[in-house]
Design a protein around this ligand. Sequence first.
Ligand SMILES: [Cu+2]
Length: 165
Amino acid sequence: MINHKKINSLKEKYFLFLFDKGNQKKMNTIDSKIFIVLSLLFAATNVFAQGQHGSAVTITDPPNGAVVSSPVKVCMSTEGVKVQPAKKGVNEGKGHHHIIVDVELPKDLSKPIGKDANHIHMGDGSTCKEIKLSVGKHIIRTLFAKGNHVPYNSPLTATITVNVK
Ligand SMILES: [Cu+2]
């Protein structure tokens, strides 16, 4: 995962360094080459950050902490990204929902989300899904991923807990 805070502090340090260099009027060609490379790199990371900015996935139903009965209808909404069926392929800013029940998010976000009882794909492009849950407390997470089932990074996710009576 790209650490934007780290990049920003590196950026600050480098520009301070350049400022010092500028004062010394010793900025040689190697420095300016490094500067161009780093500038391009920073520009790229900024575009990436802006692409992620404002995107979100929300679980609209059930409300967090709700007492529900099984099957539970889970609905999601998106902001800044669009839902489309998985068969449409990998398109930036688009993808489909996944419901992850009672387990953590995948550790490696560069890999496709697994398919098992705890990881439900909504590759048809739907935004609601009925899931069967046993009586008791459950953690429901949502994770938005591209057509190849690889999640966005930073992850577009939301979490609620429900109590099945
Ligand atoms: Cu999927």
